[in-house]
Structures are given as structure tokens and as C-alpha cells.
Design a protein around this ligand. Structure first.
Ligand code: TNX
Length: 530
């Protein structure tokens, strides 16, 4: 087998047998759909390496890759467009005419890679990453990142060598919705906190950021026509500490940062329950027209908009219109959970009206499983969280939703809720859905979770983190990592590995998370490579 060694200052490649190279299986999370290890081959990224892109669409991903690698490697890694850019070069064949010592990123119309799939070849004269769309290149870059030594994640120059093992990877996701939900209502998290969360989540190929923007304890997104929602309704958070909110510019910054990391933001405005912050800001939204105090406790199910009141309808329409304006993605989440103070017939009337409002805004409705009590548009998405009982059990509502043509996002609370304690010793979090240790969060199959619900009924998987007990970015990281990596794998890999095999791969993420300064939970279930 051949390997190529490039040394500092040397521009001509040297091909040599690399007898000492050890063939180990790269430990990737999520595991790729297909991985072949080419024993004995290694590519070294060095002073002479350049990143070659096949055109303007690949260019930003090339720059992003260079931006990832430069701080730790200290290498120049120029990003150069392949010239001339002709349609002919936009195929996998272009790779054969590449300059040596290059990392090539190209788009191809060949193959069946879908919008997120890619092939990654580390062999011959360099590294070749091919995808059907820029998004696929971005996912492939995350794989390449994990093929490099963990110190690549450091923010200051570290010594190499920066070797990548020879592999052929063909990869594409199982489902198109692989989400993380962040509750910024119970405790507020800054734009910088959210960006950091995006940086980490995108490493595991998550592509949806669901922001729970409003709840009893706070309204966190400015609405021009209802400014007291944030002025007053955003002023506090759980425990009575100072809250906060996103201006529209803040929010746009999050949306565009997410987009640059190929994550779609799904904004959630929870209604008709979970609305005390709104009811405290605008007394007319209450049936009795009287003001309510702000709420800083952690109870649920005690608030409701006044259904059928003209001002409520206007409120809902105007808020949704402004949110839709801020939302390039196709979805708006309208909550709908735990509306215990809304009479069932009124709940149904309300949800049908909201459904029409969302349709009018040319968006698709997403709601927690309770929304399936109302017959909503077939393109609505229902988020299963496995609550309720009898005909209102999550499973029953999920089946009803699927019968009407909806797809499900799978977030069973006893598997995917990252605010559940890991075990009895976890000081943060709650345990109403039981302890969720790292193994439990991983060892389930979304397509085999609800009787009569299968693969094609499912849009994907999402792990929510509710923040009643989580006040700081560091606490957030402790609850999210490493469990979110496991949920991300469930959404990506067609045939999930066994826990015994996964835990070894997860262990290899330890030094990577450490190099990034992540406050992750060092679970004793995982053989951390620390
Ligand atoms: C239930 S899950 C809620 C949230 C709480 C969470 C705490 C869901 C749709 N509603 O309001 O924050 O439990 O785990």
C-alpha cells in the first residue's frame, strides 16, 4: 500500500510504503453508513497542503474547513478555486485531475447522495470530499474533523503531525430532522451561548435547532407590535433572576449562524398554555382582562390565552406573522403542550385556527403531541414526547397524527429529554420521566418505539433540554454532552450499532470535547480516552 509523506517546506510529494502504520478503525460519531479502512495509507496535512474547491458553492465550506484547521495546526491552508470552473469539473472525475497535496471539495450530480450525503476518500494524492449539495460537504467536513487527532480542536497552535487515515466513506442520513431543542424561556441564554451550542451540535451532524422562545417564565423574542412581551415579559427567569430577550437582530444573527452550519432554526411560540409571560404583559389577553403577575416558579399547566376573544386572535396572527418573517425555514412550532387550563373544545378550535394562520404564512405547523387532538393539515409535524394516558397517550395521538398524514419527530421524554438526571447523583435536572443515563439515551430505535409506527412515519429525532434547573452555559453543557451525540447518531445511522460498540466510539469524543473545553458528563458507562 502507498502512503504519501509531505514534509514542511517540501512541495513535491514522496510516496512510500508506510509499514509501521497501524490499521485501526476510526472512531466516528455518528458512525457513517459505510466505512472502508485502507490499511497503511495516511494523508498528512502540512505546510504545502491546499484546499481546492470546485466553484463558488463549495468555496464557503472550504473556508469553513480552513477556519477549523488553521488555529490548531498553524498551517496556511490556502483555499483555491479549481480553474477553469466548468460543468465537467463538477463530477467525481474532477478528483482525478487534482493538484497533489490537496483537500478537494466538490459537488457532483452523480450518485445517490441526497442533499446531506457525501463520499470521503482519503487515499492517493490527497483527500477528496464529494457531495450532491453544499450541505453534504459540510457534513463530510465534520467527519474529516473526527479523522484528525483530537488536538485539531484546540484554539492555539499545537504540534502535528496532522495525519488522516486512509478511508473510503459513503454516507447519508437516515432521517432529515435531527434536532436539538433549547429552552431559552425558563433561563435565558445569550446569542454567544447559542452559537457555541450550534458549534458543538453541528459536529454530530444535527441539522435542526428548535428554540423554545416563550413560556410562563419569559418571552424571549421581540415582537414589534407587542413590545411589552419582552420589555416586561422577558425581564425575569426562573428563580427571579434577571431574564433577557433577543432583539430581532440578535435573532437574525442566530438564524444566519445556524444556516452557516446547515442547521434550520425552528422557532417555538408555545400556546395556548405556557403563556403567563404574555398574560402578565397584556392584561387584555386574559378572559377577565385583569393583569397577572410575572411567574418565576417551575409549575406547568396553569396558564391559558383567552380562546375566542378577538384580541387573542389578533395577538396570535400578528405574533406568527412577525415570527414567520424572521424564519427562512419551513416550520413554526406552536407548542400546544400541557394546556390544562384550556377547555378541550376550545383547544381544538384554537389549534385549527392557528393551523390556518400558519398555512397563511406559507409555513408548516409543528406542535407537541397534544396538537393531534385537533385535525390539523397533513403537512403538520407532531412531536412525540410520550406523555398522557388512554386515548390521550402520546402513542395514541402519534398514531392519529400519522393516520392524517403527519410525520413524527421522536422525543420520548424517558430517552431524549436532556433535562432528566443521568442518575441519582446528578445535582441538576429533574426525574419525572426517570433517570436517563448515557446508555438509555442511546439504546432505543425511533422506528421501533411506538407500536404501529415505522420508519416512514417518522421525520426524525430530537433531544429537548428544558432549563428550569439549568441556569448557566456550563450547566447546559453538562446535561447536553455526551447524550446529544447519541441522539444525533440515532437520527443519522441507518442501522444503529450496539451499545458496546458505540461506547468505544463515544469514548474517543472525550479528548475532542476536552480540547474544546466542554463541560461534559464523564459518565462511568463510557471508556473515555482521556
Ligand atoms: C414538560 S415536554 C414540558 C415542559 C417542561 C418539561 C420538564 C413538554 C412538551 N412540556 O414544559 O419544561 O416537561 O421536563
Amino acid at each position: 500500500m502507498h502512503a504519501r509523506n509531505f514534509h514542511a517546506g517540501k512541495s513535491d510529494g514522496v510516496w512510500a510504503i508506510q509499514a509501521e502504520s497501524v490499521t485501526t478503525q476510526p472512531r466516528l460519531v455518528p458512525a457513517p453508513a459505510s466505512l472502508k479502512v485502507l490499511g497503511g495509507i495516511e494523508f498528512e496535512i502540512d505546510l504545502g497542503t491546499s484546499i481546492v474547491v470546485d466553484g463558488p458553492e463549495s468555496q464557503p465550506i472550504g473556508e469553513y474547513l480552513a477556519g477549523l484547521l488553521r488555529p490548531s495546526t498553524g498551517l496556511p491552508l490556502p483555499v483555491t478555486p479549481m480553474t477553469p470552473v466548468t460543468p465537467v469539473t463538477r463530477t467525481a472525475k474532477a478528483a482525478q485531475t487534482l493538484p497533489e497535496n490537496s483537500l478537494f471539495l466538490g459537488l457532483s450530480i452523480e450518485g445517490d447522495l441526497g442533499s446531506e450525503g457525501y463520499t470521503l476518500d482519503v487515499a492517493g494524492p490527497g483527500i477528496t470530499l464529494i457531495a450532491g449539495a453544499p450541505q453534504g460537504l459540510f457534513r463530510g467536513v465534520q467527519t474529516l474533523r473526527q479523522l484528525l487527532p483530537p488536538s485539531v480542536e484546540r484554539k492555539s497552535v499545537t504540534s502535528g503531525p496532522w495525519n488522516v487515515p486512509g478511508v473510503r466513506i459513503v454516507d447519508r442520513p437516515r432521517w432529515g430532522w435531527r434536532g436539538s431543542m433549547l429552552d431559552v424561556a425558563r433561563h435565558f441564554f445569550s446569542v454567544a451561548d447559542v452559537k457555541r451550542h450550534i458549534d458543538l451540535a453541528c459536529r454530530y451532524k444535527l441539522n435542526v435547532l428548535h428554540l423554545h422562545l416563550t413560556d410562563d417564565q419569559g418571552w424571549r423574542i421581540h415582537i414589534d407590535r407587542w413590545p411589552r412581551l419582552t420589555q416586561h415579559g422577558g425581564s425575569l427567569e426562573v428563580g427571579g433572576t434577571q431574564g433577557g430577550y433577543y432583539t430581532k437582530d440578535d435573532y437574525r444573527e442566530i438564524v444566519s449562524y445556524a444556516a452557516a452550519h446547515y442547521m434550520t432554526v425552528v422557532p417555538e411560540i408555545d400556546m395556548p398554555g405556557h403563556t403567563r409571560a404574555a398574560l402578565a404583559s397584556y392584561p387584555e389577553l386574559n378572559c377577565d382582562g385583569r393583569p397577572r403577575p410575572l411567574y418565576t416558579g417551575t409549575d406547568v399547566g396553569f396558564s391559558s390565552l383567552c380562546i375566542g376573544k378577538e384580541v387573542t386572535d389578533r395577538f396570535v396572527d400578528e405574533v406568527i406573522a412577525e415570527i414567520a418573517d424572521l424564519t427562512p425555514g419551513p416550520y413554526i412550532h406552536i407548542g400546544g403542550d400541557e394546556a390544562a387550563q384550556t377547555a378541550p373544545p376550545e383547544y381544538i378550535t384554537f389549534m385549527r385556527r392557528v393551523d390556518e394562520t400558519i398555512r397563511h404564512q406559507k409555513k408548516s405547523l409543528v406542535g407537541w403531541e397534544e396538537v393531534a387532538k385537533a385535525a390539523l393539515s397533513a403537512n403538520s409535524v407532531v412531536q412525540f414526547w410520550n406523555n398522557g394516558s388512554g386515548s390521550h397517550s402520546g402513542a395514541e395521538l402519534a398514531r392519529k397524527a400519522v393516520e392524517r398524514g403527519s410525520k413524527l419527530v421522536m422525543s420520548p421524554s424517558d430517552r431524549a429529554y436532556l433535562d432528566m438526571k443521568y442518575d441519582s447523583k446528578t445535582s441538576l435536572g429533574t426525574k419525572w420521566a426517570g433517570f436517563v443515563d448515557v446508555r438509555r439515551a442511546y439504546e432505543w430505535d425511533p422506528a421501533d418505539h411506538i407500536p404501529e409506527i415505522g420508519e416512514s412515519d417518522i421525520a426524525g429525532v430530537e433531544a429537548p433540554i428544558w432549563t428550569e434547573t439549568i441556569a448557566t452555559a456550563s450547566d447546559l453543557e453538562f446535561m447536553v454532552w455526551p447524550r446529544l451525540a447519541g441522539i444525533a447518531e440515532l437520527g443519522w445511522v441507518p442501522a444503529r450499532g450496539s451499545w458496546d460498540e458505540y461506547r468505544v466510539r463515544l469514548g474517543a469524543q472525550g479528548p475532542r470535547l476536552e480540547a474544546t473545553g466542554v463541560n461534559f458528563f464523564r459518565s462511568s458507562q463510557v471508556p473515555w480516552e482521556l
